[in-house]
Ligand binder design. Structure first.
Ligand code: CA
Length: 227
């Protein structure tokens, strides 16, 4: 998933970025309110982690502008203390959840997973598709209960395809989900990931279909009535 982290505390931002990157998320980091506002106006994200106290314009104003643009991206606010009015302000402005500093990284990661699941209308941390089961919490894919050996980026690609099953995912969407601002990427690398995934999943009965000129697709399982 592609996440925008808005945090002016460099040490905290680095720690959070490291943790989320290890879970195969692509993380862009903004240090000021204006930077965040620009990024949100021009790029698509699956989740925003937004500190309230920021230079220039604060997190509330960034959130206000984001919702004024009718964006429904989930937002996790980071607040400094338990000040009730901060909490209420954030939720009124359209924040989906909040965390009070200091927090544990494991707590943040759990909230991130919950928000991503919720935005894809999935109630559990397991995505089940035929004989495949993706445990989003443990970051593992299982075929008939046996773990499939995947790199983090292969895992991120199959996760995206499974979350959007029945819909075409474009190469650009895959690139956006795999890479942050600082990574170099190419559409060739997407083809490589898809090729490897097909090989690793060739016995699974779950084909990854190429939709010429558009992208890739995992069909909904037969008889499935939707999520
Ligand atoms: Ca701050």
């Amino acid at each position: 998933m592609r996440i925008l982290l808005v945090e002016d505390d460099v040490m905290l931002a680095d720690a959070v970025t490291r943790a989320l990157t290890q879970s195969a998320h692509a993380v862009d980091c903004a240090r000021t309110g204006h930077e965040a506002d620009r990024a949100l106006a021009t790029s698509d994200y699956d989740l925003v982690i937004l500190d309230v106290g920021l230079p220039q314009i604060d997190g509330f104003e960034v959130l206000r502008r984001l919702r004024a643009r009718r964006s429904t991206v989930p937002v996790l606010m980071l607040t400094v203390n338990d000040a009730l009015e901060d909490l209420v302000t954030g939720l009124d402005l359209g924040a989906d959840d909040y965390l009070t500093k200091p927090f544990r990284l494991s707590e943040l990661e759990a909230r991130v997973r919950a928000l991503i699941r919720r935005s894809h209308a999935s109630a559990s941390s397991d995505l089940i598709h035929g004989r495949l089961r993706l445990d989003m919490a443990a970051r593992r894919l299982y075929l008939d209960g046996q773990p499939v050996d995947l790199s983090l980026r292969e895992l991120a690609v199959i996760e995206l395809l499974l979350l959007r099953e029945g819909k075409v995912v474009t190469k650009q969407q895959i690139i956006d989900h795999l890479y942050g601002w600082e990574d170099v990427s190419s559409s060739n690398s997407v083809e490589v990931f898809i090729h490897r995934l097909r090989k690793k999943l060739e016995d699974s009965g779950v084909p990854i279909t190429t939709v010429r000129g558009m992208g890739y697709l995992i069909e909904k399982p037969n008889g499935a009535g939707g999520a």
